[in-house]
Design a protein around this ligand. Structure first.
Ligand code: FAD
Ligand code: UDP
Length: 387
């Protein structure tokens, strides 16, 4: 079999690149995934109860990129949805990211008012302050508040999720959920926040519905290398596995998802409830909030973080720590030696905790490079032929 492109991994990165190359360059793509579904971690399906379930963990779409929004809007209609998260702290359910409403819920009224004024004076309304930054304050009351938030919202959750303390990770990790000096209870503040109306899998189906794209599932790409002739390759799996762990393994965190069906219409007060301080799981998400469905039963998913073991668990989260970035940069040097015959992109190949929109944005940028390269190549061929 012959093709122009072999793309490994049918997540958002692989599907976007396959669609662009097939539809814009008119070139043939074989898109291969070792799972039995396309969509990577964003895959969803309707279960026996008819509830739209996210098999690999709850996925909420949000972006500030008009380019990504407009691109994906070609393949889906949207249902407006603003995600809300509560965290159980000292027996109360408080909004996360921690904000002025959370403050009022956990502190006595007059002290909360004092802390609110101090926060407004120091940072201003609307500011977003990463917890590790907030802990640098010198004012006694603000320092007390920072430690309170660190101890009750971040410490236990982070140790469960990553098996290390917040300050042992790149600050960007806890910086994803900064303390918010406002009363906006939404988990994300992005310009565009919505869920694909018919689910992610329908979005992927439309994206891949092109005669130039052939999809092979349940297939590790190594199995087809001897039978498939291709000009170039895009790899979106773990970069260390491509190089057979030449520079040692790159660690990832995995998660065990536990689903349960309840005979009630609605179980919890928000889409997700976080449990920073109790239990072995980090959070519980009620899928119907995400899909907007109304039906008599409901589906919950609990997330139990665990170490990733290659061949046994799925590598969900790159672990942003300096020593891992160092190992990753060695793999990047190997990738560069391939002179563009294999391109690496995506959450696992770039070893970066991209959100979905960032994965699509990255894929669109890679495509632009490919397209510019291809038209330069075509011009060169044309110039040589007409000489
Ligand atoms: P992936 O989706 O991981 O796809 C990579 C694919 O490569 C996989 O399907 C894998 O099977 C395949 N593959 C790997 N190796 C091989 C091989 N050797 N042969 C064949 N195939 C191979 N983002 C958000 O924006 N909002 C959210 O709410 C959100 N929630 C998340 C919750 C969880 C629990 C997780 C883990 C991630 C979440 N994300 C969320 C991030 C989102 O999943 C990623 O941004 C997105 O899936 C990245 O797409 P990708 O194509 O780069 O990688
Ligand atoms: N986090 C936390 N407590 C919370 C929510 C988040 O400690 O209640 C920290 C934790 O380290 C987590 C990180 O912030 O891994 C990023 O949270 P996010 O919800 O973005 O995680 P993701 O959705 O990527 O799993």
């Amino acid at each position: 079999m012959r093709t122009d492109w072999l793309i490994v991994g049918a997540g958002f990165t692989g599907c976007t690149l396959a669609e662009r190359i097939a539809s814009q360059l008119g070139q043939a793509v074989v898109l291969v995934d070792r799972r039995s579904n396309v969509g990577g971690n964003a895959y969803d399906f309707y279960n026996d109860e008819g509830v739209l379930v996210h098999q690999y963990g709850p996925h909420i779409f949000h972006t500030n990129s008009t380019k990504v929004w407009e691109y994906l809007s070609r393949f889906t209609e949207w249902r407006p949805y603003s995600h809300r998260v509560l965290a159980v702290v000292e027996g109360k359910k408080i909004p996360v990211p921690f904000n002025l409403n959370s403050l009022a819920a956990v502190m006595p009224e007059r002290y909360a008012a004092k802390l609110e004024n101090l926060l407004l004076e120091k940072f201003g309304i609307g500011a977003k302050v990463p917890i590790l930054k907030l802990r640098e304050v010198t004012h006694d009351d603000l320092r007390f508040l920072a430690d309170y938030i660190y101890d009750n919202v971040f410490y236990g959750y982070t140790v469960k999720q990553w098996e290390c303390r917040p300050e042992e990770l790149d600050p960007s990790v806890t910086g994803r959920v900064p303390v918010h000096i406002s009363r906006d209870d939404r988990y994300f503040q992005d310009t565009y926040q919505a869920m694909p109306r018919l689910g992610y899998s329908e979005l992927f189906r439309r994206q891949l519905d092109h005669p130039n794209i052939q999809v092979l599932l349940d297939t590790d790409y190594r199995r087809i290398l001897s039978d498939l002739k291709f000009s170039r390759m895009i790899f979106t799996g773990p970069i260390n596995t491509f190089f057979d762990d030449l520079h040692g393994p790159l660690p990832y965190r995995s998660i065990r998802f536990e689903f349960s069906t309840l005979d009630v219409e609605q179980y919890q007060e928000a889409g997700t409830v976080n449990y920073p301080n109790d239990y072995e799981f980090t959070r519980v998400t009620e899928q119907k909030y995400l899909s907007g469905q109304t039906m008599p039963k409901t589906i919950l998913v609990k997330e139990f973080p665990q170490r990733h073991v290659e061949g046994e668990t799925e590598p969900y989260y790159p672990i942003p720590r300096p020593e891992n970035r160092e190992t990753y940069s060695r793999y990047l040097q190997e990738a560069e030696k391939l002179n563009g015959s294999v391109l690496f992109a995506g959450r696992l190949a770039d070893y970066k905790c991209y959100n979905m929109d960032q994965a699509v944005g990255r894929a669109l940028r890679v495509f632009e490079e490919v397209a510019t390269g291809s038209s330069a190549e075509r011009r060169l061929r044309y110039a040589t032929a007409s000489r």
